[in-house]
Design a protein around this ligand. Structure first.
Ligand code: GLU
Length: 412
């Protein structure tokens, strides 16, 4: 996404220069397109949405209802209520054995704002910030909005898109100010190992580089692999690291808008100042709901994870039944990241963006093209939808591939 188109074309208006450096979110665009088509009466299968299809668990809803009934409707501290920040500290203590104080936590309007605050608090003009591709496009755009320069290190499909420390360390220059790691990664589902993060964390500490870890999918990991990234950061670079998390994916709460940043008190104070002039506190009702989410039974999270696993396995089997649809089972998150290189050709469908558009036009299946994640030739397929939808959508996708694959490979 280095040659991003202008975000807006407004010939009559003089927009700030920064608007020329960023493009609108391509992931949100797919959701908007599906929404528009559905409002026009078109039946669309949505494999684009990066959000759980589950309803928010009942106990969380009940806490929100109670908050409304008790008129818990005033401003709260910008960073969130003490109760909520304490609950976040307790959750991370229980899950990862790390100790943070309330003054080291701020809640924001989703993980997105937590990451944005963090970028604004830590990066500025002349700074380079390294992250790994395929990436969630917001990460690099936020770095640009902070006037800094994203430096992208590509992970490889042959290696399962594993996030390795060596290429990241090789990308460090005297201008490097930060490294952003997203694990499990959206869109690949790849995880960084604790040992690999430890290598990065040690180097970050030595070279005084910020290490930011986006853990939005931290509770959506399918196998019992060690993934105590907060513990690693605490051991090696506590004073130079920020953990960003979110209630959105874990508790099916995307619309409620609550994420958080956890880090050194000085960073959190700076984020607090930024947020105090931008959005103030997360909705008071949402805060009560998130206390119930993080502080209550985690059984609904396990149930949703089990269901995602079953869906992943079925979708994988249905799609890879055609050898031209190539992918691995992701270790986390809820996306299959599919290599459709064998289906593209110079005289047919040339790019994954064209593929996604034609698939939507002809088969009424929405997916996110790899270009959105700096990974042309791939598609992101969200399985945060019902099994029935997955079955029908994958049937249409396979049929579409059969109809459009270059002749030379059809025989295989
Ligand atoms: N994180 C989700 C996605 O990648 C939601 C959309 C967004 O916020 O970009 O689709």
């Amino acid at each position: 996404m280095t040659n991003a188109p202008r975000a807006y074309e407004e010939p009559m208006t003089r927009l700030a220069e920064r608007t020329t450096r960023i493009a609108g979110s391509p992931t949100m665009k797919v959701t908007a397109t599906v929404d528009r088509l559905r409002r026009e009466g078109v039946e669309v299968i949505d494999f684009g949405a990066g959000e759980p299809d589950f309803s928010t668990p009942a106990a969380i809803n009940a806490a929100a209802h109670a908050a409304i009934d008790q008129s818990f409707s005033k401003y709260t501290p910008v960073a969130g209520t003490a109760e909520l920040r304490r609950t976040i500290c307790e959750r991370y203590r229980t899950d990862y054995g790390v100790e943070y104080k309330e003054s080291e936590v701020i809640t924001s309007a989703g993980g997105k704002q937590a990451l944005f605050n963090t970028a604004l608090a830590l990066f500025g003009a002349g700074d380079e910030v390294i992250t790994h591709a395929p990436y969630w496009p917001t990460l690099t755009e936020q770095v640009k909005l902070a006037e800094a320069t994203p430096v992208v290190v590509h992970t490889s499909p042959e290696d399962g898109f594993a996030i390795r420390p060596r290429p990241i360390l090789d990308a460090i220059t005297p201008r490097t100010r930060g490294i952003i790691i997203n694990s499990p990664c959206n869109p690949t589902g790849a995880l960084i190992s604790e040992a690999d993060l430890a290598i990065l964390a040690r180097e970050a500490a030595t070279r005084e580089i910020w290490l930011i870890v986006d853990l939005c999918y931290e509770k959506l990991i399918y196998d019992a692999v060690a993934h105590n990234l907060p513990g690693v950061l605490n051991t090696y670079c506590r004073e130079l690291s920020v953990i960003c998390g979110s209630a959105s994916k874990t508790y099916a709460m995307t619309g409620w808008r609550c994420g958080w940043a956890i880090g050194p008190a000085a960073v959190i104070a700076a984020e607090n100042a930024i947020q105090s002039h931008a959005t103030s506190n997360v909705s008071s009702i949402t805060q009560k709901a998130v206390v119930a989410a993080l502080g209550g039974s985690q059984a609904p999270v396990r149930a949703m994870l089990d269901e995602y696993r079953t869906r992943r396995d079925h979708l994988y089997d249905w799609l890879t039944a055609d050898p031209r649809i190539r992918c691995r089972k992701p270790g986390g998150a809820f996306y299959l990241f599919v290599d459709i290189g064998d289906v593209l050709s110079a005289d047919g469908i040339r790019t994954s963006t064209e593929f996604a558009q034609a698939l939507l036009d002809e088969a009424r299946v929405a997916v996110t093209p790899g270009e959105a994640f700096d990974a042309p030739g791939f598609l992101r397929i969200s399985y945060a939808t019902s099994m029935e939808t997955l079955r029908e959508g994958s049937r249409r996708l396979v049929e579409f591939v059969r109809a459009h694959a270059p002749r030379a490979t059809v025989a295989g």
